[in-house]
Ligand binder design. Structure first.
Ligand SMILES: *[C@@H]1O[C@H](CO)[C@@H](O)[C@H](O)[C@H]1NC(C)=O
Ligand SMILES: *[C@@H]1O[C@H](CO)[C@@H](O)[C@H](O)[C@H]1NC(C)=O
Ligand SMILES: *[C@@H]1O[C@H](CO)[C@@H](O)[C@H](O)[C@H]1NC(C)=O
Ligand SMILES: *[C@@H]1O[C@H](CO)[C@@H](O)[C@H](O)[C@H]1NC(C)=O
Length: 376
């Protein structure tokens, strides 16, 4: 079963009001499963700490509704943002990022260390800084600086001295790729700065709030096991299957039948409503998820519902097979199922959320949203 069918089951057979505790719990569990999130994070970080850069990345690839701007062709990307672990090192020039939430099979396209350099306090700013990032090759021991002799250069950058603060971006792909292969050899990064024509002490890395140093990893999730990890329909608890009240269809005012089960609904023609796309919005706040899901604010689920006519015209974008099967149903034998109102094209959705360890994940989920409906 693909992602979309799964979501359709959830949304079509779950009352929109979500008042029943058991139903909310079931829907939460099913959605987490679909999104491949093992456990709902208890958030240690607040929204106010989400760096502007990361927020902009989201806006660049998704509409406020969460639909990706690239449509169907969207590649399956995951962007992770890590904050330094100050329990390992409080030193601003030795940055440690705990990457244990990085999946072993995650392909790393690039990794950037972003440091916010405070504005210069100098009168004369004619000069620059040479910033070098090294990868540590051994665990530093207090009072012993021998680790400084075993460093691997990762990136070097010349940064102009300026009266305004700004982000310094360093390419640390080689270090992150190394740690991805050898996780136990992650001892952190060492930042060394040398002032050229100006005092080195004028280079000041900001910390705290939105100016925390961050490590941004652009990855490609090669894990294709998604469909297998989904529970088959038969295992979805009974409570989530029936739909107490068809609130989401109120506007149409035609659909008055009770819906006692999916098989009934699928086989039966649904009133006079002809096959069309319907909208349902689930607010993450109603699921108590608004603390850990940063964007979007809710899930805009579209579903396809309605009857397919005896003779299916082009408007419904039918396959030849659907036309034939539908004719067989109507003209020959009612036991042959009629054509179904189903999504004929799907769109991706982007979600940005806090991971259990406080890192931020921006991920694209393909085939989540029905963009058109038709008879197949
Ligand atoms: C990194 O995080 C994992 C999981 O939270 C934890 O088990 C591990 O001890 C951490 N590593 C370090 C060096 O703190
Ligand atoms: C520092 O550590 C290195 C390697 O771990 C060791 O060989 C050296 O003796 C240590 N130096 C001091 C002063 O403890
Ligand atoms: C970043 O570094 C990696 C490996 O060192 C290199 O392959 C890549 O081209 C660099 N990217 C940019 C944008 O410089
Ligand atoms: C679901 O309902 C059916 C019939 O209403 C019942 O036979 C079955 O045991 C129920 N399954 C669960 C998991 O409650």
């Amino acid at each position: 079963m693909n992602s979309l069918n799964f979501i359709l089951l959830l949304v079509c057979f779950t009352p929109v009001s979500l008042q029943n505790g058991a139903e909310i719990t079931n829907l939460q569990g099913d959605l987490l499963n679909l999104l491949e999130i093992k456990e709902k994070p208890s958030v240690a970080r607040s929204r106010s700490q989400v760096p502007k850069y990361v927020m902009d990345l989201y806006k660049e690839q998704a509409h406020t509704t969460g639909f990706t701007k690239f449509g169907k062709s969207a590649p399956r990307k995951t962007i992770r943002t890590f904050f330094r672990d100050t329990s390992v090192s409080e030193d601003k020039s030795r940055l440690y990022f705990n990457l244990s939430s990085l999946k072993p099979n995650e392909q790393i396209e690039k990794a950037e260390l972003r440091l916010f350099k405070r504005r210069s306090k100098l009168e004369n700013t004619h000069g620059h800084f040479k910033v070098t990032v090294y990868r540590l090759n051994r665990r530093p021991v207090e009072g012993n600086t021998s680790w400084k002799k075993k460093l691997t250069t990762v990136a070097t950058k010349h940064v102009k001295c300026r009266r305004v603060g700004g982000w310094v971006v360093l390419n640390v792909t080689s270090a992150v790729s190394f740690w991805s292969s050898w996780p136990s050899r992650n001892f952190g990064l060492w930042i060394s700065v040398k002032g050229i024509g100006i005092p080195t002490s004028d280079f000041f890395i900001a910390t705290g709030g939105r100016k925390e140093p961050i490590l941004v990893i652009y990855g490609d999730d090669k894990d294709k096991k998604q469909d297998k990890s989904l529970r088959p329909f038969s295992e979805i608890p009974n409570e989530t299957r029936h739909n107490g009240e068809d609130k989401h269809n109120k506007g149409k005012g035609k659909n008055k039948q009770d819906t006692s089960g999916i098989m009934n609904r699928r086989r039966r023609s649904v009133g006079d409503v002809s096959c069309a796309r319907h909208k349902l919005f689930v607010k993450f706040r109603d699921l108590n998820w608004d603390k850990w899901i940063i964007a979007p604010r809710g899930f805009s689920a579209y579903y396809c519902m309605g009857t397919c006519p005896e003779v299916i015209d082009k408007y419904y974008d039918p396959s030849n097979h659907a036309i034939i099967q539908n004719l067989l149903h109507h003209r020959l034998n009612k036991n042959i199922p009629a054509a179904c109102c189903v999504p004929t094209s799907l769109n991706s959705m982007s979600l940005m959320y806090f991971e259990l360890d406080g890192s931020i994940v921006l991920k694209e989920y393909p085939g989540m949203v029905a963009s058109t409906c038709g008879c197949r």
